[in-house]
Write a protein that binds this ligand. Structure first.
Ligand SMILES: CC(C)(COP(=O)(O)OP(=O)(O)OC[C@H]1O[C@@H](n2cnc3c(N)ncnc32)[C@H](O)[C@@H]1OP(=O)(O)O)[C@@H](O)C(=O)NCCC(=O)NCCS
Length: 243
């Protein structure tokens, strides 16, 4: 029987956009690719101290121009994966599902009763770059990891995410991570090992990982200022291995 290489993503019949829906009781939340109009919604979230205090990545203050260039680069990445999958479907509709190096859906959106959608946040898998290792070891491990082919069970991934403060504490990120792991990361990316680093004190993020089977490996204590100038005390390193 022929199948789509997008499986198990669903496709919005009106827009052609692929999506994944979270399970009960969060069926009103979907994961989609980034859209060009998202940039404006990311700016207030990525300037919110309750969010950025815990993030190592985005520049701060986060400007509309940062947002525009980030969103267009992520759209290019998801378009490339979707193209790869659609070309594989077109070439051989009976071919086994392809393992790919990324997940094309990552943006959390809430669907309101009137059908409008609210941008809530982002969750993405990427190759681990060992941020808190000593520089030489970091380089060695990152280069080794970068050379591993897509689908290699030894490849070490990491997960990065954020959610608008208005929606914290409702179980959304716990379920988003669970859904992406089981629906896409494990079967469609071949993810078998994940290493994440969470700043000490970020209890909510540690819980999201623990509730998805991640285990605390060690705590690295080190004082440094975050983007708000607050003193951070180091990181918790958690690992997940495919059961
Ligand atoms: C971390 C974050 C994504 C968690 O998302 P969320 O959808 O609010 O998390 P959930 O509602 O699924 O909560 C998971 C668990 O953490 C707990 N929790 C959530 N926020 C918490 C907080 N601020 N303090 C203490 N516990 C918290 C919840 O109670 C729940 O635990 P429980 O089931 O044992 O009660 C969100 O708080 C966020 O975006 N924070 C800012 C950015 C960030 O920290 N990114 C991660 C960097 S590693």
């Amino acid at each position: 029987m022929s199948h789509s290489q997008l499986h198990p993503l669903q496709v919005n019949p009106a827009t052609g956009e692929p999506y994944l829906r979270l399970g009960s009781p969060l069926e009103n939340i979907i994961l989609t690719p980034h859209r060009p109009g998202d940039a404006a919604f990311t700016v207030p979230i990525l300037n919110d101290p309750g969010v950025v205090r815990w993030l190592g990545g985005p520049p701060y203050p986060y400007t509309p121009s940062h947002a525009e260039s980030w969103v267009s680069s992520v759209i290019e990445e998801s378009d490339a994966i979707l193209r790869e999958l659609r070309e594989a479907s077109a070439k051989d509709p009976e071919a086994p599902l392809k393992v790919v190096g990324d997940c094309p859906v990552r943006i959390l959106r809430e669907i309101k009763e009137d059908g409008s959608e609210v941008y809530l946040g982002d969750i993405a898998f990427r190759r681990c770059t060992y941020p808190h290792e000593a520089p030489e070891e970091r380089l060695r491990l990152s280069e080794e990891n970068a050379r591993r082919p897509v689908g290699d069970p030894a490849l070490v991934w990491c997960v990065a995410y954020y959610l608008a403060s208005s929606h914290h504490g409702r179980g959304i990120m716990t379920m988003a991570l669970r859904t992406l792991l089981s629906a896409w990361a494990i079967p469609r990316m071949g993810v078998r090992r994940i290493r994440t680093e969470v700043r000490i004190g970020n209890i909510g993020s540690v819980r999201v990982f623990e509730k998805n089977g991640f285990v605390l490996d060690r705590t690295v204590e080190k004082e440094y200022p975050n983007c708000l100038g607050e003193t951070m005390h180091g990181s918790c390193i958690l690992w997940w291995e495919h059961p």
